[in-house]
Design a protein around this ligand. Structure first.
Ligand code: 0X9
Ligand code: ZN
Length: 364
C-alpha cells in the first residue's frame, strides 16, 4: 500500500491487487467507508500521455514544448533556453546549481528591470510524479514572456524568478522507470529524499520521516540535498536585488491553496492577510474555469508536514505571502491526470498567481 493524497477527513491509497481483499475487509471491519476510484492504474498511466505527432510541432520554431502532453526534461530545458535567447531584454536564465545526478537547475528570471520591483519566486516539479506542476509552470512562463508588456502595472512591477523543475532527476525517473516516484534520486539503502521535507524551518519535525525508505524522508539534515541547497543559496544570496515578497510552490493534487504553517497546527500572526489573498486567488480560479480550490493552512487543512519550502520561505526568509498550491484534480485521476487537463489547470493557476501577484505588485 502507498499513500497518495488526503486530508483530515479522507485518504487516497494505492493497493496492490493481491492485497485488495484483505484491505477492503479491514476497512469494512472497522466501519471505514471506501470507494474504488481507479480500478486499473497501469491502464490509466497508459492513457495519460498519448504521444504527439510530428505535425503537432510544425508551427513552432525554436523549441519542442507543447501543453498537449507531458514532456521530458530536454524539451522543457530547450524551451527555457529558447526564451532566454529570443527575449534577451526580458529574460535571463540562471543555472542555480545541479541536482544530485548532475542535471542543471534552471531559474528563468523575467523582469522589465524597473528599480522599484518586488521579487516573486515560483517553483514546480519539487515532487517528481506531480507532472501537472512543471506543465503548469512552463505555461505560466510562456504567458508572462508573451504578455507582460500588456499587463497592468502590478504584474509588471515584479521580478519573476521561476524554477519549472525543482527535481529534474526524479522527474526523468518518473518518465523512464517509475511513474509514481516522488523524491529526488539520492543513492542509498533506499533511494531518495523528499525535497519538501528537506528545507530548514522546523526540519525533522511532525510529518517527516527519519528513515531513507520512507516516501517522506527528510534527508540527513536541513538542506542536505543539492536541489534545496541551490534554492536556498539563490534566494538568500540575491540581496542586491528586489525584496522577496512571495513564494509560490506548485504541487499536485487535491485543489488547495495552502499557507503556513505546515510543521504544526498553528498559524502565523498575519494569517488573516494570507487567507484573504488566497481567497482572492480561489475566486479568480472559479471565475476562469469553475474549479473549486479550498483555502487554509497546511497542517490544519491537510496534515502536519515539516521541512516544506513554504514554511522556510516565510519563517526563515520572511517572505510574507508563501503558498503551496495543490493543482488538479481532487482525486479522480490523482497524479495520473490526463494531458488534456494541462491547459485548464494552467489557466486557473495563472489566474491564481495573478491575484497573488497583484497584491504584491501594489506593494501590500
Ligand atoms: O506533503 C507535501 O509535501 C505537500 N503535498 S503533496 O501531495 N504535493 O506532497 C503539501 C505541503 C504543504 N506545505 C507544508 N507542509 N509545509
Ligand atoms: Zn507535492
Amino acid at each position: 500500500i502507498s499513500t497518495w493524497g488526503g486530508n483530515i477527513t479522507s485518504l487516497d491509497i494505492l493497493v496492490k491487487p493481491q492485497s485488495l481483499q484483505s484491505v477492503s475487509k479491514a476497512l469494512l471491519d472497522n466501519n471505514i467507508g471506501y470507494e474504488v476510484i481507479i480500478q486499473d492504474l497501469q491502464k490509466a498511466i497508459d492513457e495519460e500521455n498519448p504521444p504527439l505527432n510530428e505535425d503537432d510541432y510544425e508551427d513552432r520554431a525554436g523549441h519542442r514544448l507543447t501543453w498537449q502532453s507531458y514532456h521530458r526534461l530536454a524539451d522543457i530545458y530547450g524551451f527555457l533556453d529558447y526564451l532566454a535567447a529570443s527575449h534577451p531584454n526580458l529574460c535571463s536564465l540562471h543555472t542555480i546549481g545541479n541536482s544530485i545526478e548532475g542535471r542543471p537547475l534552471k531559474v528563468l528570471k523575467i523582469s522589465n528591470g524597473n528599480p522599484g520591483n518586488k521579487a516573486v519566486w515560483v517553483d514546480g516539479g519539487i515532487h517528481a510524479r506531480e507532472w501537472i506542476s512543471p506543465a503548469t509552470v512552463t505555461h505560466i512562463i510562456n504567458y508572462l514572456v508573451e504578455n507582460l508588456n500588456r499587463e497592468d502595472g502590478a504584474l509588471q512591477n515584479i521580478d519573476w524568478h521561476i524554477l519549472a523543475v525543482g527535481n529534474p532527476d526524479g522527474y526523468e525517473y518518473s518518465h523512464t522507470t517509475d511513474r509514481l516516484w516522488r523524491k529526488n534520486r539520492r543513492r542509498g539503502q533506499c533511494y531518495g529524499t523528499d525535497l519538501n521535507r528537506n528545507f530548514g524551518h522546523h526540519w525533522g519535525g511532525k510529518g517527516s520521516g527519519k528513515h531513507p525508505c520512507q516516501e517522506i524522508y527528510g534527508g540527513s539534515g536541513p538542506f542536505s540535498e543539492p536541489e534545496t541547497a541551490a534554492i536556498r543559496n539563490y534566494i538568500t544570496g540575491t540581496n542586491a536585488g528586489a525584496p522577496w515578497k512571495a513564494y509560490i510552490s506548485f504541487h499536485s493534487y487535491g485543489q488547495y491553496i495552502l499557507y503556513p504553517w505546515g510543521y504544526d497546527q498553528v498559524v502565523p500572526q498575519d494569517h488573516g492577510d494570507l487567507q484573504a489573498v488566497a481567497n482572492k486567488a480561489a475566486s479568480a480560479i472559479r471565475a476562469v474555469t469553475g474549479a473549486y480550490y479550498r483555502v487554509g493552512s497546511s497542517a490544519i487543512l491537510l496534515y502536519p508536514a515539516s521541512g516544506g519550502s513554504d514554511d522556510w520561505a516565510k519563517g526563515t526568509v520572511g517572505m510574507k505571502y508563501a503558498y503551496t498550491i495543490e493543482l488538479r484534480d481532487s482525486g479522480r485521476y490523482g497524479f495520473v491526470l490526463p494531458a488534456s487537463y494541462i491547459i485548464p489547470t494552467a489557466t486557473e493557476a495563472l489566474a491564481a498567481l495573478k491575484a497573488i501577484a497583484s497584491t504584491v505588485g501594489r506593494g501590500a
